[in-house]
Write a protein that binds this ligand. Structure first.
Ligand code: NIG
Ligand code: FE
Length: 416
């Protein structure tokens, strides 16, 4: 199958092969080509160039971009989009003045979702999650990481991970799976946290590995959740079973989560609303990608991560949605890019790099996704005609994503 896209006003995010992430000042560069065409073949990007040099090309399908801009699909490297029901009651509690921690202490929060998940069948969970998958595909996401962590018991964690596997097998979007048994202490184990950590290490991780259900292991390393020592233990147990760490850190407090993640070779440390100089310094010169989730800061009314300081320190940063029922009930990556520009003063170029190439890196897939590169998977979207790249985050609620292509095929409304 050969797909030719013509009359593209601008192709954005062009990179030579082998660029696995961009850091520091390099984040400001978003290479583009104007007045262009692109050819996809057998699901991969085969060639692109200026319209003035478009010779006769045989294609099975030709699409006229009609002056729209072509972006690489968003890569959303941190979501919890498999969940049952919704939690708008807690939204009301927050409006009425309760904090995220207070809601969690009352047995709301993650434990509330765990109760609902336990009661839902695998099919129900799959159907609900697929609604969200269809929604994010329409909004331009082509690769997504999904975490477990609302099971909190071996059978229910496995149930969630099997749903994630089924999404991977049945949807055109690329999916990576993360085991997050240490998202909260299960209700039955309250007061016996170290026994719960034993369960995660001795029973859950081996079971997840046996079925090959996850690439990554995550821990909510934060005040009121899991300690640095517990996080280290879980990462070691994960490593013994081939699971690479991606850690929730520094959302509620400067927790030491960044440092312990870096020490254990975490691929990413995520959230980072609370950072200090030591945490930023710990990330320099490492392979760990700091990942910022401004949707959560927005929804919970928290301070935003210090993106400018991190970029000034030479770090690359990634952006992700954190799509989940408690702290970010949205998987809209265009909105995430807008929030990064508006609230963290990331330039549109930096924010788009962070939401494509660097977020692909943060889930270990930047060799195949995250930029317009010959040989990468042909996942991209076309916008309505826009005057410049900056218009994308500027028009922060306009649905500019017009046509979506995954694996070199257009995804029609019916197909998603
Ligand atoms: O990333 N911080 C921990 N976990 C999620 C929230 C999950 C929930 O509230 O259900 C997050 O924000
Ligand atoms: Fe999260």
């Amino acid at each position: 199958m050969r797909l030719l896209v013509k009359n593209i006003a601008r192709i954005v995010g062009i990179r030579p092969a082998g660029v696995e992430r961009v850091c520091g000042a390099g984040m400001a560069e978003l290479p583009e080509l104007t007045d262009a065409w692109l050819l996809a073949e057998e699901g991969r990007i085969a060639a692109f160039g200026p319209m003035s040099e478009l010779g006769p090309i045989e294609a099975d399908e030709t699409v006229d971009a009609e002056g729209g801009t072509l972006f690489p699909s968003f890569c959303d490297s941190h979501t919890h989009l498999v969940y049952a029901g919704s939690r708008e009651q807690e939204f009301l509690d927050k409006i009425n003045g309760l904090s995220y921690e207070e809601i969690a202490r009352r047995g709301g929060g993650i434990l509330n979702s765990a109760d609902r998940l336990r009661a839902a069948s695998e099919d129900e969970l799959y159907e609900q999650a697929m609604e969200r998958i269809r929604e994010i595909i329409r909004m331009g996401t082509g690769c997504v990481e999904i975490k477990s962590g609302y099971g909190l018991a071996t059978a229910d964690e496995l149930k969630m991970l099997r749903v994630i596997r089924r999404i991977r097998e049945t949807s055109p979007i690329a999916v990576r799976a993360t085991f997050l048994g240490a998202h909260a202490v299960a209700r039955d184990y309250i007061g016996r946290q170290s026994e719960y950590v034993d369960l995660v290490c001795r029973e859950m991780i081996p079971a997840v590995a046996r079925e090959g259900l996850a690439e990554f292991v995550d821990v909510f390393c934060d005040e009121g959740f899991f300690t640095v020592e517990e996080t280290a233990r879980i990462m070691r147990a994960g490593a013994e079973h081939g699971l690479v760490p991606k850690i929730h850190a520094n959302e509620l407090a400067v927790s030491g989560g960044v440092q312990v993640g870096v020490e254990h070779g975490a691929l990413s440390v995520d959230h980072l609303e609370r950072m200090d100089a030591a945490a930023i310094a710990a990330l320099r010169g490492t392979r760990t990608m700091p990942t910022l989730l401004p949707g959560a800061a927005f929804f919970l009314g928290m301070s935003y991560p210090p993106a400018r300081e991190m970029i000034a320190a030479g770090l690359g940063v990634a952006l992700a949605s954190d799509y989940n029922p408690g702290s970010s009930p949205s998987g809209n990556m265009k909105m995430v890019v807008s929030l990064a520009s508006i609230r963290m003063r990331m330039t549109p170029a930096e924010a788009i790099n962070a939401a494509t190439l660097n977020s692909a890196y943060a889930m270990g897939v930047s060799g195949d996704y995250g930029s317009i590169t010959v040989g990468k998977v042909a996942n991209f979207f076309l916008t309505d005609p826009i005057p410049s790249v900056a218009f994308l985050p500027y028009a922060y609620t306009t649905p500019l994503v017009r046509r979506v292509f995954l694996q070199g095929r257009e995804i029609g409304q019916a197909a998603v």
